[in-house]
Ligand binder design. Structure first.
Ligand code: FES
Ligand code: CO
Length: 364
């Protein structure tokens, strides 16, 4: 973590404070977020062998059925707590590496090899199985029945658009800090000079945020730095200074769609989704579509995103608390922070953030 010289104290209490664990206040409620879809892996990360993932402090095993269907279950064998992700897939069953118990897609144990009749499985021999879907090149999991569907991004399912993914960007912060950073207009010229902003034009243009249930909508016309020779990724064509139109949808809690255009036919769409790994850890997935520059190698956009997210990571990991404090009195908001204000209000209004000063059962 760069430059933690601003942390004044030492000792256990200070360590807790640095982690944000002991800070009283209103924070993302991990329990409430079990009823939301979250990304847990890129599709390509889950193949023939099981994969491990973490979501909201819960260990998951991800695997695929015989037709490639994604499966998500608790990564904890009910027998002795072994990680099922160390085991193997056999047909539509996952086999524990320790004693070979076999589990079906619904989490029920179907065979215990140590028994004379391996099929005589006690009813309590099962592990939780979770809702899972695969879309936009990502595996999404909801630990409980999801309150809202995934956002619609037809461009990413349209063969006439080129799609590339970047990340995941694993940060030591909560997912809300990563989301707010993605939506933060004021930082572009400071953190990404020459790439996403022009230090000579730091004023944030006027924008208004509309809140429709769990979706925040806003757009902005923003001066941006011209394409650089290093990263010629954007579709602006020689306007001086270039202007980028950005239309955002923030789907609570942690998924954003961003559509960019430069006043012509060229368009770009970003799907950004932060995985709430634990109370103060996240992973950001970025799926980018474009309808121009088809010949460009994926690497150009990926290296651009790696640079941008790397610049952001240093700043965001220094923020204290390491979780967004959803109480509006907790940080200083000015007019150009309208998105953060609307986000914090909506997260509280929908019960996705709550006063967690009292310890809760999932160990925040
Ligand atoms: Fe999984 Fe024994 S720990 S079968
Ligand atoms: Co940034």
């Amino acid at each position: 973590m760069a430059g933690s010289g601003h942390v004044p104290a030492t000792g256990d209490a200070a360590a807790g404070w640095r982690q944000g664990v002991t800070a009283p206040g209103v924070y993302a409620d991990l329990q409430a977020q079990r009823a939301c879809w979250h990304p847990v892996a890129y599709s390509g990360e889950v193949g023939d062998t099981p994969a491990h993932a973490e979501l909201l402090g819960e260990s998951l095993v991800l695997w695929r059925g015989p037709g490639g269907e994604p499966r998500a279950m608790s990564d904890l064998c009910v027998h002795r707590g072994t990680a099922l992700s160390l085991g193997r897939v056999s047909g539509d069953e996952i086999v524990c590496p320790y004693h070979g118990w076999r589990y079906g897609a619904d989490g029920r144990c179907v065979a215990i090899p140590q028994l004379e009749d391996p099929a005589r499985v006690p009813a309590q021999a099962r592990v939780p199985a979770f809702k899972v879907q695969e879309r936009y090149g990502l595996i999404w999991v909801a630990l409980q029945e999801a309150r809202w569907p995934l956002p619609e991004v037809p461009e990413l399912e349209d063969d006439s658009w080129a799609v590339v993914s970047a990340g995941p960007y694993r940060w030591q912060s909560d997912a809300a800090r990563q989301v707010e950073n993605f939506t933060d207009f004021g930082h572009f010229p400071w953190v990404h000079p020459g790439l996403l902003g022009d230090p000579a034009r730091p004023v944030v243009p006027r924008h208004e945020v509309r809140t429709d249930g769990h979706v925040l909508r806003y757009s902005i016309v923003r001066p941006e730095a011209a394409n650089t020779d290093d990263f010629p990724v954007f579709g602006n064509e020689q306007a001086t200074p270039p202007e980028r139109r950005s239309r955002y949808e923030l789907h609570l809690p942690y998924t954003i769609t961003l559509r960019l255009d430069w006043g012509g036919q060229r368009g770009m769409v970003y799907l950004f989704a932060a995985q709430p790994v634990a109370a103060n850890r996240c992973a950001g997935y970025v799926v980018i579509g474009r309808n121009y520059n088809f010949g460009q190698s994926d690497q150009v956009i990926q290296e651009f995103e790696n640079t941008i997210f790397g610049q952001d990571q240093v700043v965001v990991e220094s923020q204290r608390p390491d979780r967004v404090p959803f109480d509006l009195a907790a940080e200083l908001h000015l007019k150009f922070d309208a998105v953060a204000v609307a986000y914090r209000k909506a997260m509280r209004a929908l019960g996705l953030a709550a006063d967690l000063s009292c310890p809760d059962p999932i160990g925040q």
